[in-house]
Design a protein around this ligand. Structure first.
Ligand code: PLP
Length: 372
């Protein structure tokens, strides 16, 4: 089997598994005052310091959560409730964890949602963003760092600077980029969301960065854990996995980044050579190096290319991972004005555990599939 669906989720790194296994011995409740509790508390705070240090922020700005969806929802809910926030500025290409929440929260809190224009490949138009930010009143800007379907990247520092200039808050979804790029979150970003399973950590564990200068009300109330931002007894094993996964990912980046990028580039080259009628959606030099989205002619494999690849032992995705399994059209490609009836879109996404021979094998399989 060849696994090219790493934007959906990644396998656990052995070092992460070992760290989580060790953390299973820590059974005290971190809230308890006795030594068992204190051991757990110290462990969690050590993991927080590790994560914060890797991202150049203060430990007080990191809150452990159940992952991307919860982190995003916490900010959306908190910021939209804030009477100081007048509107939301976003794109129709965000993950459903953002879009579905905004659809629900915008009428509840009577905060309109404005869409910033996007250009070729889905790149955000910064001058239009600035126009929108000039409107009176404070905005919440919600823009993902890399799109999970196309990989298109956002210039984080520039957007953060614009938001700061106009006194607005900036939430960025770093679920796809965390652990894959060296991020410095101390550059004016208000909030960032991350999910460990996208960088060889456990599922159901992640974190939210909240800039010390930005205050929001919590989403989950209760025992006041995570300094009142996220109640509920802490997931010690998950937290151990989050911190170890980020540490390992960033430690190994100098080797893994060029390795993955060369896999992505040779896949693109191979596809372009074999399928002159294939149309890449991903703009390689403006996108995250792990993702390649290509539109193949509609008739290949009887219009069942995704399933045919699965039968041949290649796991890929047809659109957003979180909607795979249900054959619905991609809202991202739709927003880019791409006719999804004319082509079958396949997202190949690579990880450090993929090898060049898997790319060659996949290309061979693709070439052997009937064209009608
Ligand atoms: N944001 C992006 C860009 C994603 O790709 C995903 C998951 O696919 C999420 C948010 C949601 O993350 P999780 O499912 O870990 O909560």
């Amino acid at each position: 089997m060849i696994y090219f669906d790493n934007a959906a989720t990644t396998p656990l790194h052995p070092e992460v598994k070992a760290a989580m296994t060790a953390a299973m011995e820590i059974f005290g409740n971190p809230t308890s005052v006795h030594s068992f509790g204190r051991e757990a508390r110290v462990f969690i705070e050590d993991q927080r310091s590790l994560v914060a240090g890797l991202l150049h922020v203060s430990p007080a700005e990191i809150f452990f959560t159940s992952g991307g969806t919860e982190s995003l929802q916490t900010v959306l809910h908190g910021a939209l409730r804030d009477p100081d926030i007048r509107r939301v500025i976003t794109t129709p290409m965000e993950h459903h964890a953002v879009m579905h929440n905004l659809k629900h929260l915008s009428p509840v809190f009577q905060k309109p949602v404005h869409h910033v224009a996007t250009g070729k490949g889905g790149v955000v138009d910064l001058s239009h963003l600035e126009e929108l930010l000039k409107e009176p009143g404070r905005s919440l800007v919600v823009l993902m760092h890399a799109n999970n379907e196309t990989g298109i990247l956002l210039p984080l520092t520039e957007v953060a600077a614009l938001c700061t200039r106009y006194g607005s808050l900036f939430l960025t979804d770093t679920v796809q980029t965390m652990g894959k790029l060296n991020l410095d979150l101390s550059t004016g970003i208000s909030f960032a969301a991350a999910s460990a399973h996208k960088f060889h950590g456990p599922k159901g564990a992640g974190f939210l960065f909240v800039n010390g200068d930005c205050r929001i009300e919590p989403l989950i109330l209760g025992g006041g854990q995570e300094r009142n931002m996220r109640s509920g007894t802490e997931n010690i094993i998950g937290i151990a996995g989050v911190a170890k996964a980020l540490e390992v990912a960033l430690r190994d980046l100098p080797e893994t980044m060029p390795h993955i990028q060369s896999l992505r580039d040779s896949m693109l080259k191979g596809i372009t050579e074999r399928f002159p009628d294939a149309v890449p959606v991903t703009v390689p030099d403006q996108s995250l190096y792990t993702i390649l989205n290509v539109g193949f002619p509609a008739h290949i494999a009887g219009a069942m290319l995704l399933y045919r690849l699965d039968i041949e032992g290649v796991a890929v995705s047809g659109g957003s991972a979180c909607t795979s399994g249900v054959n619905i059209k991609s809202h991202v490609l739709d927003a880019m004005g791409i006719d999804q009836d004319a082509r079958q879109h396949i997202r190949f996404s690579f990880s450090r555990f993929n090898q060049p021979d898997e790319v060659s094998k996949c290309l061979e399989i693709l070439a052997s599939i009937p064209r009608n």
